[in-house]
Design a protein around this ligand. Structure first.
Ligand code: ADP
Ligand code: ZN
Length: 208
């Protein structure tokens, strides 16, 4: 855990940031350290994301490191599949989960567990993503990581969604799972969203 202080009892820690900012790397690092400390650890990962080498049963970082994870697509599944003896519970891609995750994580912390939550805090529009705002507010510790803007090299805080190389329109769906072919890390100045209804690509499709 970052910071020069020690938390006791249960708590929540959030690893937030843009895609490619190293959230999964950081979650894997914290989980490995907990295991070295002989803690009982359980790792969950939201189901929507199966881009990486280990498929849905692994948390993978963009640099290819993995740890095993239980795939879930709701906060209820986490509650149901919880190992009652787990001391550390880590959840990756938490932005895709429903609002119930706030109560599930808070309850675990209240019952003495360390809860590590990693997720993208903003969607492709640059707006808060799913339960991330609530989780970041109630957590004891929040780390916001940055990637490198692929256009200018500044710290990147935005997910740039690209459809055939062009910025996606504001009203395109919030969830569209993809990797480097569909998303770029960009800074605020280089990030762009096309106006709602900008269906340049759809028009081409319709006429073609
Ligand atoms: P996240 O979970 O936040 O998406 P990962 O932990 O999966 O991030 O991957 C982080 C790794 O992605 C970095 O260590 C680096 O190797 C790679 N990477 C690819 N593109 C970028 C970028 N634009 N800025 C920083 N790292 C990048
Ligand atoms: Zn930039």
């Amino acid at each position: 855990m970052s910071g020069g202080f020690q938390l006791t009892g249960g708590w929540m820690e959030v690893i937030a940031g843009v895609m490619f900012s190293g959230k999964s790397e950081e979650l894997i690092r914290r989980v490995r350290r907990a295991m070295i400390a002989k803690k009982r650890v359980q790792v969950f990962k939201s189901h929507l994301d199966d881009r990486y080498a280990g498929g849905v049963y692994a948390v993978g970082s963009h640099d290819g490191r993995t740890i095993e994870a239980i795939p879930v697509d709701s906060s209820r599944q986490i509650a149901l599949r919880l190992d009652p003896l787990a001391q550390v519970i880590a959840i990756d891609e938490v932005q895709f989960l429903d609002a119930g995750i706030v109560a599930v994580a808070s309850d675990l912390a209240l019952r003495g567990r360390r809860v590590i939550l990693a997720g993208t805090d903003t969607d492709f529009r640059g707006e808060p993503f799913g339960p991330m705002p609530q989780l970041m507010c109630v957590a004891e510790v929040v780390d916001k990581l940055h990637a490198i803007c692929v256009l200018c090299g500044a710290p990147a805080s935005r997910n740039q969604r690209l459809i055939d190389g062009k910025p996606a329109a504001y009203d395109s769906p919030t969830v569209m799972v993809g990797g480097a072919e569909a998303y770029e890390a960009r800074c605020r100045a280089c990030h762009s969203v096309a106006p709602a209804g900008d269906t340049g690509q759809l028009r081409l499709d319709a006429s073609g």
